[in-house]
Structure formats: structure tokens, C-alpha cells
Design a binder for this molecule. Structure first.
Ligand code: PAF
Length: 279
């Protein structure tokens, strides 16, 4: 496994690879969800590249960039076990050298939901993912459905910019109690961790209503709100039933949709999502 810090090392590696390249962009502190992406990439490609980069551009000024968990040595051991071919773990200055000023802005799709709560977030994601795609040159790139809006945003950006990479979205990996795997779960206190599975339980409850035939989007949102109102430690940021292609809020669920939420547990903000008839 080659561990590269420099763009030119990745380019040299890429020049020698034959066959398809699967790419898993991450911010490190890997968990079972990341490893699922890596395994899928391993099954579907001749070579697998993973990036580990905590991208400052996608964090707001008062967000958790500084305290975001990092453990490169542990990540490298896990990736070695998955027979990854290349790990790209650049320093911030390698991706954003002095004077860097270009940004990729996907427009309104990136301003809703996560984009509304975290202004600039998707501009940061779209910019770094575009740059990583330009560096690695993958045939396929793998993302988790937990970050459903991110999947939709990245599909939009590769379509708009005609970037020749297939975006593969992979089902969310969950802990046994339903909590979606996330690097941020380590922030939770034992008490917060105990109630956190309510997030998915609320989504699953609303999805069950949809499966039984409920099509009024507000009924589904209200079902999530009511379930979470039972948990005083959880403060809902938003719950959304949105068109799976545009992320526009729906009145009637008459097409593939994404049911998603963001919520605070103490100082930790978690997101989760389920698909209603989408992929
Ligand atoms: O999902 C993430 O971990 C990040 O948003 C990504 C895609 C690696 C871009 O920094």
C-alpha cells in the first residue's frame, strides 16, 4: 500500500495503474461505514485509492474542524487489511496552497437542508471532491447514503462538469441499535449515546408509514418530530422529505424521495437519512 502525501506521487501511481480505479474519499477516523465503501470499491475495481483529508473548507468558523477526530496510524492499519492500493493523506497546504481561490458551487441544491444549516458546507465539499477527482482520476467513487444530500450534490456536480466518474452510493452501515456509523459518534456522552438510536427509529417509523401508503410529506415529517419530542436530550435541527434528485421539499411523496434529519445531542450534531422509493 502506497501512502502518498503529495499530488505528484498520486499522479505517478495513477500513471502505472491498469484497469479500473475505485476511489473512496474520507476525512479519516475510519469506521465500519467507510470500510463497507472500501470493500465495495475493492470488489468492483482493479485498484482502490482512499483519501484521508479533513477538509477545512467544508467546516464553518464555529464548527468542529479543530476537534474532528484524527488517527492516521490506525486508519492506515485498517486500510492495509482491506488491501487498499493507495492512500492519499495530504496536508492542508498540498490541497490549498497559498493563494488558492477557486471554488465549485453547485447552486440551490447545496443551499437547502445541510447547506442552510451549514452555509458554505457543500461549496467546500464540492471543491475538495472535484480536486480529489482531478488528482486521482477514478472510474468510480463511493459515498454513503447517510450523507444523502452529499450524494445528490456530488452526482449533480459530476453531471454538470462532465467529470467521467461513476458515483456509487452505498447503504448506510448502522450499529446494532440502529445508530448510523459516524466519526462524530465518539463525541457523544454515554447518556447521549443511549438515546441516539432514536434518530433512526424516528426515520424508520415514518418510512413504515410511507410503506403503508402515507403520501402526505408533512404527515411523515410530523411523525419524526413527534417521536423525537419524547427524547429531551435530542434537539431537532430539521426533518425533511425531499425530492431525491433536487432536494426540494415535497408536499406529496409522489416520486423517489429522501427522508432526512439533523439533530443536536448536546454539542454534537448528527445527520441520518432513509430513502423512500429512491435507489
Ligand atoms: O463525507 C465525507 O467524509 C466528506 O464530506 C468528503 C466526501 C470526504 C469530502 O471531504
Amino acid at each position: 500500500m502506497l501512502v502518498a502525501e503529495r499530488i505528484e506521487q498520486v499522479r505517478a501511481w495513477r500513471g502505472h495503474v491498469t484497469g479500473s480505479v475505485g476511489f473512496v474519499p474520507t476525512m479519516g477516523y475510519l469506521h465500519a461505514g467507510h470500510l463497507e465503501l472500501v470493500r465495495r470499491a475493492r470488489r468492483e475495481n482493479n485498484a482502490v485509492a482512499v483519501s484521508i483529508f479533513v477538509n477545512p473548507l467544508q467546516f464553518g468558523p464555529h464548527e468542529d474542524f479543530e476537534r474532528y477526530p484524527r488517527d492516521l496510524q490506525r486508519d492506515l492499519r485498517l486500510l492495509q487489511d482491506e488491501q487498499v492500493d493507495l492512500v492519499f493523506a495530504p496536508r492542508v497546504a498540498e490541497i490549498y496552497p497559498p493563494g488558492f481561490s477557486t471554488a465549485v458551487d453547485v447552486g440551490p441544491i447545496g443551499e437547502r437542508l445541510e447547506g442552510a444549516s451549514r452555509p458554505g458546507h457543500f461549496r467546500g465539499v464540492a471543491t475538495v471532491v472535484t480536486k480529489l477527482f482531478m488528482i486521482v482520476g477514478p472510474h468510480r467513487a463511493y459515498f454513503g447514503w447517510k450523507d444523502a444530500q452529499q450524494v445528490v450534490v456530488i452526482r449533480k456536480l459530476v453531471a454538470d462538469l462532465a467529470i467521467p466518474v461513476e458515483i456509487v452510493a452505498v447503504p448506510t452501515v448502522r450499529e446494532e441499535d440502529g445508530l448510523a456509523c459516524s466519526s462524530r459518534n465518539v463525541y457523544l456522552s454515554p447518556e447521549e449515546r443511549r438515546v441516539a438510536p432514536a434518530l433512526y427509529a424516528a426515520l424508520a417509523h415514518a418510512r413504515a408509514l410511507w410503506q403503508e401508503g402515507a403520501r402526505d410529506a408533512e404527515t411523515l415529517r410530523q411523525a419524526v418530530r413527534a417521536r423525537l419530542a419524547e427524547e429531551p436530550l435530542i434537539r431537532l435541527d430539521y426533518v425533511s422529505v425531499a425530492d431525491a434528485g433536487t432536494m426540494e421539499e415535497l408536499v406529496v411523496v409522489d416520486r423517489p424521495a429522501i427522508l432526512s434529519l439533523a439533530a443536536w445531542l448536546g454539542t454534537t450534531r448528527l445527520i441520518d437519512a432513509v430513502l423512500l422509493g429512491a435507489e
